[in-house]
Design a protein around this ligand. Sequence first.
Ligand SMILES: Cc1ncc(C[n+]2csc(CCOP(=O)(O)OP(=O)(O)O)c2C)c(N)n1
Ligand SMILES: [Mg+2]
Length: 334
Amino acid sequence: MQKKAEKQRQSSSPQDILKQLYRTMLRIRLFEEKTAELVQKNEILCPSHLYIGQEAVATGVSASLRKDDYVFSTHRSHGHYIAKGGDLNALMAELYGKVTGCSRGRGGSMHLSSPEVGFIGSSAIVAGSIPLAVGAALAFSLRKQDRVSVAFFGDGAVNEGTWYESMNIAGLRKLPVIFVCENNLYSTHMPVSECLADTDIHRKAETFGMSGYRIDGNNVIEVYETAKKAIDAARRGEGPALIECMTYRWRGHVGPNYDIEKGLRSKEELDEWIAKCPIDRLEKQLLQQGLLTASEIQRIRSELKKAVDDSAVYAKKSPYPDEKTLLDNVFKES
Ligand SMILES: Cc1ncc(C[n+]2csc(CCOP(=O)(O)OP(=O)(O)O)c2C)c(N)n1
Ligand SMILES: [Mg+2]
């Protein structure tokens, strides 16, 4: 039955969207693998929270967004930035702390920004960017614009007071904001069941008068179709939605290691989720349906790998910000 539904979903998705989803997930994966390698080599020194394993969420949601829609993100934000169309060179340069970085080398991995593509910003304060997404949606609504704002956040944000306040005002004012929870089962090293009285996060939507969905966050087609439905409805003025995407981060909370050695999660659990790799899953479908051949996949991989490798060369060659500008943009001049 499930297989039949999956087939129907596939046939309803235009081929070019499927290929685009594949390319975006792979671009994120290759960028993150390169980042892991560069952190291991002490080339990148800023703390980096890797997105490997969760690529389908950022990709599936952003595929229905327009450039003038806004995305707000978290400490684990590389994937959201890339999926919204952010420049790879500027991202890598930011991780290197270079002046050519998307935040001019002052933000690092957890404070990315690329307003020209609608990626307004990420924040390291858990749940900190959620009210900003709601504020943007309020502005869209007051100006009668058909734009949508998205707040990405982890399961750990759902025990923060600001999450409830944000959900309430969004529900009350029927704002065009989509709340996307990436439930990867852990908040740093704490299982979600030790943080939340009720771990069915999607059900909390009902309290705030909005639709709530729990979906397979490793199935990019399901993410795309659910997000599209919610985004289209928000754009028509029908109010916000909460989408809980069940997923898993392969690496540890921060950095390239796997956190298995710390005894906080098991190798079996990690292996189970690696077997549910969102990219392998779509790749198999594309091959089976004859939408891509093995050699086309190889070509896409090499092309994306080159772009990622080039971004590291660009970042390394770029200068650091001038010391004299250290206090620029820190205080507002009166
Ligand atoms: C308000 C606040 N409390 C605590 C922290 C420390 N902290 C950083 S990330 C994190 C866990 C976040 O977990 P989750 O939201 O599930 O995102 P994930 O890391 O799993 O992607 C915590 C507690 C913080 N940055 N901000
Ligand atoms: Mg989490």
